[in-house]
Design a protein around this ligand. Sequence first.
Ligand code: SAH
Length: 292
Amino acid sequence: MNIRATSQENNFSAVDNGQISTRGKSVLNQGEVALVGSGPGDAELLTIRAMRFIEQAEIAIYDRLVSDEILDLLPENCERFYVGKEQAKHCVPQDKINELLVQEALLGKRVLRLKGGDPFIFGRGGEEAEYMLKHGISCHICPGITAASGCTSYAGIPLTHRGVSQGCTFITGHIQNNGQLNLPWQSLICKTQTVVFYMGINTLPIIAKKLVEHGRDINTPAALIYKGTQPEQKTYRGTIGNLAALVKKHDIKPPTLIVIGDVVNQLTEQQLTTPGFLDAKNYVQVQNIKTA
Ligand code: SAH
């Protein structure tokens, strides 16, 4: 992938006497960290800014959700440090990750902190930035396409749709330290709002039960998107009432996103021939969904 800018004032790639030119905006200097969102997996969803930081990295400290396709874009001589986390099981604990970022920056390296999706959406990016700043390390922030946006788009689900959904909530389904899932359930039951749960696959039975108990219709359309935007992407459509059974039946594992709301069936599956591509040849109008 070669996305380097060619215009005069935007020309980024020049290295003069070992110093990277400051003409471009996304310049990673020695001793700095770039906190970069790599999106949900498809390398084509990286931003140009992300790609520029990737190209300058001397060490990449990355998570489990960063896809192989994206790791393949790292410079050949870039050191790689995996700090992947699995649910409830931290490969490298968060405080050690924070320390590592600071240590590597203090060694004068150009440090790339690569995280799945967007670093500031359920990514602990804020905590890492705070720690670095406290220790005198400057960091660049580069947003990424968050799973809710990337995965639903590639599954043909619009998060909002005029006359169907006026808004969307991103919320965590991760169990809290006290073993509870205390969420503002009352705010998640509005028929005209989409709700996207991150990290909710293991707590799905509780999520479904609580939503219904608080008044959301059990027949509300719902979807599970596994490994969205990646070659293994699978989408399972159902309702709040049968989502948990779908997980059991198909043995669905993380990373999976849960989407709740009428938008799930706004476009039918028939026209989604490959992830991210809606084929007009297969268009079937959904009759029972009201449009404004
Ligand atoms: N910072 C990330 C979210 C990290 S939390 C972002 O902005 O996307 C991890 C959760 O995100 C997973 O448990 C899953 O619910 C969701 N997720 C991330 N990438 C995903 C993908 N490619 N497909 C499905 N779900 C994904």
